[in-house]
Write a protein that binds this ligand. Structure first.
Ligand SMILES: [Mn+2]
Length: 328
């Protein structure tokens, strides 16, 4: 184990008060990790608050402790733990609480991580933060409770795209196998996450699919969700988990984009790409971040011109270099 694992395990043991958080628009990795940390710290007898800017997506709300996640201000304390965020700004307004804590622990797997913590446990290239948290639990040496195993399994399942993404390794599988040994039932996790949509969510998806546009000679597909669509279907932003994957699922599309209107003229943009066509640089160009094949950002603007800007950036950063190398 690296020194960072040991140092952070010692923080868990020696400090008394903690705030745990993750990025805005939380995914399964974010939720699974913060709930695992929450559970472990409580088992260690600590005082813990879990705070997120956004609510837990409905399909992860079966995980134990998800109803104890708060979306409101709490007092800063001894330790602020941030998981799965390349920069503290990715936590939204929770950043202010974290920065006011005495010690900041940064646990992440994004290659763009800026090492904002007092302690940084950043393992680039790991499929999910869930794998890192698993190893941290091994280092802490207090075992893994069933609900922690389940949350970690969800984290790994989510961030490896159900063990399909290139980051999936034999070690990923060994960790997952151990979580099954501890009692995790993959069928339960899969049905809660993937076969648990509300009829309203499907109506929203149906509307969104109707907006798909294929551009850049078939290499880019974009989809949009407007606030009007939420109103007409009765669905909520919590229903959109996984929607960002649809544009990229089209044959020959290299980059898929989902534009979600979160406020008047404010959009969350999710980028998904195929291996070898990294979109984290695109997100960075617009002030966001992420992984090579999954990244995102939030931006203010008018949708049509925003779409043009993003497509242009994709063309110059990703498609052009390939065209040039193809002709050489
Ligand atoms: Mn992650």
């Amino acid at each position: 184990m690296s020194d960072a694992y040991k140092a952070i395990a010692e923080i868990f043991r020696s400090k008394g008060t903690f705030v745990v958080t993750s990025h805005i628009d939380p995914d399964g990795d974010a939720i699974g990790c913060i709930l695992t940390i929450y559970s472990v710290l409580k088992r260690l007898g600590k005082s813990v608050n879990v705070v997120l800017e956004d609510r837990v997506p409905l399909n992860f709300s079966f995980l134990k402790g998800s109803d104890e996640v708060v979306c409101e201000h709490v007092e800063p304390c001894e330790v602020g733990i941030v998981v799965d965020a390349a920069a503290v700004e990715r936590t939204g307004w929770v950043k202010d609480i974290i920065l006011a804590c005495e010690v900041i622990v940064n646990i992440d797997h994004h290659r763009s991580n800026d090492y904002f913590g007092t302690y940084n446990l950043v393992v680039e290239g790991t499929g999910a933060c869930g794998e890192i948290i698993y190893k941290l639990l091994v280092e802490i040496g207090e075992g893994i409770a069933l609900e922690e195993a389940e949350a970690l399994f969800v984290a790994i399942l989510s961030d490896t795209g159900c063990f399909r993404f290139p980051t999936t390794t034999a070690e990923t599988m060994r960790i997952a196998a151990h979580l099954l040994d501890l009692g995790v039932r993959p069928y339960r996790a899969a049905s809660e996450i993937f076969w648990n949509r509300s009829p309203k969510a499907l109506m929203l998806l149906s509307n969104a699919l109707g907006t798909i546009e294929i551009t850049n000679d078939g290499a880019v597909a974009s989809m949009e969700i407007t606030r009007e669509m939420y109103e007409s279907t009765g669905a909520s932003p919590r229903d959109t988990e996984g929607f960002a994957n649809y544009p990229r699922s089209i044959r020959d599309v290299l980059v898929g984009i989902l534009f979600r209107e979160v406020d008047d003229g404010v959009y969350r943009v999710s980028l998904r790409s195929r291996e070898g066509y990294p979109v984290d640089g695109i997100a960075k160009a617009f002030g966001g971040g992420g992984h090579p094949t999954a990244a995102g950002f939030r931006v203010k603007g008018e949708l049509e011109s925003l779409k043009q800007d993003v497509r242009r950036e994709i063309d110059s950063q990703i498609l052009q270099p390939h065209r040039i190398s193809d002709t050489q």
